[in-house]
Structure formats: structure tokens, C-alpha cells
Design a protein around this ligand. Structure first.
Ligand code: HEM
Ligand code: ISQ
Length: 154
């Protein structure tokens, strides 16, 4: 399936609608990940080393927002070039961070489901199968690029 202007617009438009509630969206995104895979909470050092409640954790919002922003950038790359190269979206350091934290392929599926569920609940009036497919595809390409970068480090 071609990733064109329509697909990119579905991603960018819904992200723009969600960002006004960024803190809430971020919290729900994390909670959904841990609902699907409770053991994943231990991977995050800023949660492990913290005694404050999740919704008061300062790093939670910025990390979750980075994931959303990067998937959006992935959508733009897909529309422009039909592919996603991790070098232009992320850095080598990001792959190292995930590898060291113990992130495995299964986790990427968990985060994918959590991402789509979060968007569906954040913008229910915009949600449609095409929007789900566009976010899913942008995420899959980004995840593949990040996983490949992680593989090269092992
Ligand atoms: C850290 C993005 C997938 C777990 C990060 C950071 C970003 C990010 C931007 C912050 C890096 C920094 O602070 O320097 C992404 C993207 C993903 C993805 C775009 C998918 C395409 C995953 C998955 C897991 C995961 C599947 C496993 C559940 C973590 C952990 C950290 C991290 C444990 C380190 C947090 C810490 O201890 O400081 N990720 N991530 N990420 N991510 Fe991901
Ligand atoms: C993956 N990496 C960093 C932050 C995240 C926040 C929520 C869900 C997945 C994540």
C-alpha cells in the first residue's frame, strides 16, 4: 500500500489534535503498555528509580511525546521517500539505550498496540480504519529501522 499525502495527513492531523492533552495522552500511553505487559515497567530506569506516582514523573511525558513525534516524522519520511532511515530520525545512541535496557521484539508489538489504543481513545471522533493503518505503518517502519540498528550493535 502506498503511503501518500492522505496517510501522512491522517497521522499529523490526529497528532495535532492530541498534543493539547499531551500529559494525559503520555500517561495513558505508558499505562496501556504496562497493562498489556506489566513486566515492561522494569525496563524504564526513571520509573524503577522513582518513588513518585506515575502521573508526577517528569520524564514520563517527554519520553512518550518523543515516541509520538518520531512516528510522525516516520510518516513524513514514508510520504517523501517511501522508506524510513533511522539515521535521519534517531541516532545510534537510541538503539544502544534500548538494547541495554533489555528491549526485545515482543516489546515492539506491545508498544504498537498501546500506541494505537491510546490514539483511538484520545481522538475517537477522528479514528477510522485508515487512520489506524497509517499510524501502524509509520510505526512499523520506524520500529524496523530501530530494531535493525539494535541488531547491528549486537
Ligand atoms: C527510551 C523512543 C520502542 C523502552 C527511549 C527514548 C526515546 C524512545 C526517544 C529516550 C532516549 C533518551 O532518553 O535518550 C522509542 C521509539 C520506539 C521505542 C520511537 C519505537 C519505534 C520501545 C520499546 C520499548 C522501549 C518497544 C520496550 C517496552 C524504552 C526504555 C527506554 C527508552 C526502557 C530507556 C528509558 C530510561 O531508562 O531512561 N525510547 N522507543 N522503547 N525506551 Fe523506547
Ligand atoms: C518507548 N520508549 C520510550 C518511551 C515510551 C513511552 C511509552 C511507550 C513506549 C515508549
Amino acid at each position: 500500500i502506498a503511503f501518500g499525502e492522505q496517510q501522512e495527513a491522517l497521522v499529523v492531523r490526529s497528532w495535532n489534535a492530541m498534543r493539547k492533552d499531551a500529559a494525559d495522552v503520555a500517561l495513558k500511553f505508558f499505562l496501556r503498555v504496562f497493562e498489556i505487559q506489566p513486566s515492561a515497567a522494569r525496563l524504564f530506569s526513571f520509573l524503577r528509580d522513582s518513588n513518585v506516582p506515575l502521573d508526577k514523573n517528569p520524564k514520563l511525558k517527554s519520553h512518550a511525546m518523543s515516541v509520538f513525534t518520531m512516528v510522525c516524522e516516520s510518516a513524513t519520511q514514508l510520504r517523501k521517500k517511501g522508506k524510513v532511515s533511522v539515521r535521519e530520525t534517531t541516532s545510534k545512541k537510541l538503539a544502544g539505550t534500548h538494547l541495554k535496557a533489555g528491549v526485545i521484539d515482543k516489546h515492539f508489538e506491545v508498544v504498537r498496540s498501546a500506541l494505537l489504543d491510546t490514539i483511538k481513545h484520545a481522538v475517537p471522533e477522528m479514528w477510522c480504519p485508515e487512520m489506524s493503518a497509517a499510524w501502524g505503518e509509520a510505526y512499523d517502519h520506524l520500529a524496523a529501522a530501530l530494531k535493525e540498528e539494535m541488531r547491528l550493535l549486537t
